[in-house]
Design a protein around this ligand. Structure first.
Ligand code: SAM
Length: 231
């Protein structure tokens, strides 16, 4: 399957393994991953965030309940919400999540946004698990037609050392562990270049007791809710 599908499947497999109840997808674009995740029975809250409202709205109707969902209500409740806003800003609607995914997002951030990203996602949202994927620039010479970046909207593409040192720095600062993996294996003889897509899986070291989500955090409002469905 194409790499973008492998990335979605990677997240779905993690969800099946760890059974998070609340999952947020940052930079959710046309909501394809969210749509896949709504079929995971463990999930009770799904949230998406993107800075491009129109892209997010393109297929959002797919997140609405189907007639069968009304005819055969399931045991679990599911709430799906979409928010328009930036990962550079904090909003209390992103508090209390078990898993936050950032698939091919960080390379689209301007320097000032990337600078704020760790404080917002690791520091403020502070979910139990964070997954971040981004292109591995060392793989680019193996891709036909790629000169500078894989996509014209990319602000940067990192090699393995650049991504891993950024990730380890964020993990250390905000008390997470991080493990690296990836998708898209290089051909025999080119193993050194690493995966086509590099992935960091971050796990918060200390469990949050409900009370540590301090009330101060709840006053942050920066996103606009553009969609909400309750199953
Ligand atoms: N995660 C999706 C996927 O894997 O198919 C989409 C990835 S797309 C390459 C990057 C997305 O990040 C775009 O939809 C873009 O609008 C969004 N984005 C860029 N900057 C953002 C920001 N500051 N805050 C939130 N989303 C942002």
């Amino acid at each position: 399957p194409p790499l973008y599908k492998q990335r979605y499947q990677f997240i779905k497999d993690l969800v099946i393994k760890y059974k998070p109840k609340k999952v947020a997808d940052l930079g959710c674009a046309d909501c394809t991953l969210l749509w896949m995740l709504k079929f995971c029975k463990c999930i009770e809250v799904l949230a998406g965030l993107d800075i491009r409202e129109n892209v997010m709205k393109e297929k959002m109707h797919m997140l609405s309940p189907l007639p069968a969902d009304y005819l055969q209500p399931s045991e679990r409740s599911l709430t799906v919400t979409l928010h328009h806003g930036s990962v550079a800003h904090k909003d209390s609607c992103m508090l209390g999540f078990d898993l936050v995914t950032c698939i091919e997002l960080i390379e689209h951030l301007e320097a000032a946004e990337l600078e704020k990203f760790p404080e917002v996602v690791f520091g403020f949202m502070a979910p139990a698990m964070i997954v971040i994927s981004t292109p591995n620039s060392e793989f680019n010479p193996l891709l036909p037609g790629v000169t500078l970046f894989r996509h014209s909207d990319h602000k940067f593409e990192w090699d393995q050392t650049q991504f891993q040192s950024w990730a380890i720095d964020a993990a250390t600062r905000y008390d997470y562990t991080v493990e690296f993996t990836g998708l898209g294996t290089p051909p025999p003889g080119s193993e050194d270049v690493g995966f086509c897509t590099q992935i960091g899986v971050f796990v918060r070291k200390y469990p949050k007791s409900g009370e540590t989500v301090n009330s101060e955090k709840h006053t942050e409002h920066a996103y606009k809710t553009v969609f909400k469905a309750v199953y």
